[in-house]
Design a protein around this ligand. Structure first.
Ligand code: IPM
Ligand code: MN
Length: 391
């Protein structure tokens, strides 16, 4: 039997609970299609950090190379200062494996309450392609409390290793600064991915997000590259949107969007908004993609520490992230059984959501995390037995 090896990182808070359901569902769906997924757990997260001070070691990074993909829960814990686990685990993995695209589908499923009055599933169905290694995420910055010269190193993206030195000459008071870095090739690879995605999914419009009216340097480059790349895709329409304006349009006219491509930080922000218009954080999956390397699939929500261990979190985002993982592997490996398994997961999720009997609190139900997972697994076997038509 063909076996795919997945590195699972349950992490903190609700991460382990939602990922457990995802693994359950992926096992069932792949078994139904005659393949197998084998999960090996990596204990990255607050517990290990608090006990040993270790986040992700060099050794861990080497071990991960052996896997077909990574399946991530969530990280973040109130006992650890903010930023440590985020930077040392999640961002470290994204950057180390050069997962330069963060693909976040915004799709409202039938039966899921949408906060936008009058909008239905046909109105909310697009992709956000977020550049995932550069921009304000490159770790370049500092705080100056006295005049001095500062040496600053770019720590991710294609500009990695470049050092900038900044001379602070006079200083009335303390100052803090954070610099965003975009590289031409870094913009190009994310933007090109968005156009290729549009073609693959038969979409006819790619919207580029920036704030080129104010941050003219970085987003001026972004815009220029977008324009250049778009020349190679004359069959696809293009437009620019400022990040503030698109935040309004997502709410007012989500049906306008097909593929949206954004620099890292704006992509981060608009996809939380995207999650809400698709029914909430409990439903929004994401994929950190390196098309030639190791990719990582995760719900876009965080660890929600206050719900930890209560078995109430919605596992659908995690399950759908798992579905993206199967799809991604299917394409890379050319294995149709994987894409059938992915379709089976999605149909089963869609059935559970549209029936509405089993759902977690965030979308108006009272079921537990594991009941939702069980119910998806049950639909998988029913679809297999032909008792349900896949929608
Ligand atoms: C996300 C998260 C992360 C990000 C944090 C936890 C580092 O908000 O995946 O959207 O900013 O990318
Ligand atoms: Mn975010």
């Amino acid at each position: 039997m063909r076996t795919y090896r997945i590195a699972a990182v349950p992490g903190d808070g609700i991460g382990p609970e939602v990922l457990a359901e995802g693994m359950k569902v992926l096992r069932a769906a792949s078994e139904a299609r005659g393949i197998s997924v084998d999960f090996e757990v990596f204990p990255f997260g607050s517990e290990r950090y608090l006990k040993t001070g270790e986040t992700v070691s060099e050794r861990d990074l080497q071990d991960l190379e052996r896997f077909d993909a990574m399946y991530f829960g969530a990280i973040g814990d109130p006992r650890v200062p903010t930023g440590v686990l985020e930077k040392e685990i999640l961002l470290k993995l994204r950057f180390h494996f050069d997962q330069y695209v963060n693909l976040r589908p915004v799709k409202l499923y039938e039966g899921v309450p949408c906060p936008l009055v009058g909008k239905t599933p046909k109105d909310v169905d697009f992709y956000v392609v977020r550049e995932n290694t550069e921009d304000f995420y490159v770790g370049l910055g500092g705080r100056a409390s006295q005049p001095a010269e500062y040496g600053l190193k770019v720590s991710s993206g294609l500009g990695r290793g470049t050092t900038y030195s900044l001379k602070v000459s006079s200083l009335a008071d303390e100052q803090a600064f954070q610099l965003g870095v975009l590289t031409r090739r870094g913009c190009e690879r994310a933007i090109r991915y968005a156009f290729e995605l549009a073609r693959r999914k038969r979409k006819t419009l790619v919207t580029s997000v920036d704030k080129a009216n104010v941050m003219t340097h970085v987003y001026g480059l972004w815009r220029e590259v977008f324009q250049r790349v778009s020349m190679d895709y004359r069959d696809i329409g293009t437009e620019f949107a400022f990040v503030d304006a698109i935040s309004m349009w997502f709410v007012k006219n989500p049906e306008h969007y097909q593929v949206v491509v954004a620099p890292n930080m704006f992509g981060d922000i608009i996809t939380d908004l995207g999650a809400m218009i698709q029914g909430g954080m409990g439903l929004a999956p994401g994929a950190n993609i390196n098309p030639e390397g190791l990719s990582m699939f995760e719900p876009i929500h965080g660890s929600a520490p206050k719900y930890k261990g209560l078995n109430v979190a919605n596992p659908i985002a995690s399950i759908l992230a798992g579905k993206m993982m199967l799809e991604f592997l299917a394409e890379r490996r050319g294995d149709p059984a994987l894409s059938e398994a992915a379709a089976l997961v999605e149909s089963s999720v869609a059935l559970v959501l549209s029936e509405g009997r089993v759902r977690t609190r965030d979308i108006g139900g009272s079921s537990s995390t594991s009941q939702v997972g069980d119910s998806v697994v049950q639909r998988i076997s029913e679809i297999e037995k032909g008792r349900f038509e896949a929608p």
